[in-house]
Design a protein around this ligand. Structure first.
Ligand code: ZN
Length: 297
């Protein structure tokens, strides 16, 4: 199989949707690109954010479980979600986050200086500098993610032997990998597995890897099945097609097609302004919309 070149999106479970919008749009300055519902639970929002130019490899999405319990971060989940910021912009972000009252920790992840923070629902985030300078300090996209594998060796095998990631070396506590595409997304796996995680507010549900199109996705589906992964059938997510499987360290992986993309149902300029429903929910728009908390955008 052709190697995976980049992360497509990462989806997390969080709380109040307005708080998510206020944090990701107003504090992190991401673009709010899609308000829709969870296609498997239409009474829950599914909110999408990206960098300002809506590039692949910058999409973070949220299932807003408003009155739910906090989850437990642990093995079988993505741990920290890392965004890439322009070279030299750490001081800008340190000041900005401090102004907004967001506590930061200065650490080292991916063998690089890192700003670690929690979002408004305690989801673990990190900012890591790119090697390149940019005119504005905006978030460029993902830098990568930490995978809290229950079985680090087996997860490393899946990443390198099946998905085609390369080994980037290791630190005292982590083994590192990267995608071979231009984005060079960085993946870290703690050498020591943590206690088992439990989904709930403040945890990541899955990480999706990019595949070109449905043809390539079908090839992946067949290949992964042959390798004895329990892979789902192809699901239509409107903006992309998706297949899911649990890797041997129990983290949920998705393979998502690059197209058709987020402008399939609304113009680029007004992305995220209006509740977008897939065709099969459209006839119930009034009822679904009334059941969702109002968003001030
Ligand atoms: Zn997904």
């Amino acid at each position: 199989m052709k190697a995976i070149t980049n992360i497509h999106h990462i989806s997390a479970i969080v709380g109040d949707p307005q708080e998510t919008v206020d944090f990701y749009r107003d504090v992190l300055n991401l673009r709010f690109i899609k308000q829709t519902v969870n296609y498997d639970d239409e009474y829950t929002y599914h909110l999408y954010f990206s960098n300002q130019s809506v590039d692949s490899g910058s999409i973070i999405t949220f299932f807003n479980w408003k009155n739910a319990h906090h989850g437990r971060v642990g093995s079988g989940q993505v741990g920290t979600i890392a965004f890439r910021i322009p070279k030299g912009s750490t001081s800008y972000w340190r000041d900005r986050l401090t102004q907004f009252g967001v506590p930061i920790k200065e650490t080292k992840l991916f063998n690089q200086p890192t700003l670690e923070l929690l979002d408004v629902h305690d989801l673990a985030l990190a900012l890591v500098e790119s090697n390149e300078f940019f005119e504005t300090p905006e978030i460029l996209g993902f830098h990568g993610a930490i995978l809290l594998s229950a079985n680090p060796k087996a997860t490393a095998h899946t990443l390198t032997q099946d998905l085609g990631l390369a080994i980037a070396g290791s630190s005292t506590n982590y083994d590192y990998f990267y995608t071979k595409g231009d984005a060079r997304h960085q993946i870290g796996i703690p050498k020591q597995p943590s206690a088992k995680g439990r989904w709930g507010i403040g945890t990541v549900h899955h990480i999706a890897w990019s595949v070109l199109d449905e043809k390539e996705q079908t090839q992946w589906h067949d290949y992964l099945s042959q390798q004895h992964y329990g892979v789902t059938e192809i699901k239509n997510r409107n903006y992309f097609q998706a297949i899911y499987f649990q890797e041997p360290g129990n983290v949920m992986f998705e393979l998502a097609t690059d197209g058709p993309g987020f402008t399939i149902d609304e113009p680029f300029e007004t992305l995220g302004q209006r509740l977008m429903l897939p065709a099969h929910f459209e006839s119930r728009r009034k009822e679904i919309s009334a059941s969702l908390p109002k968003l001030n955008i």
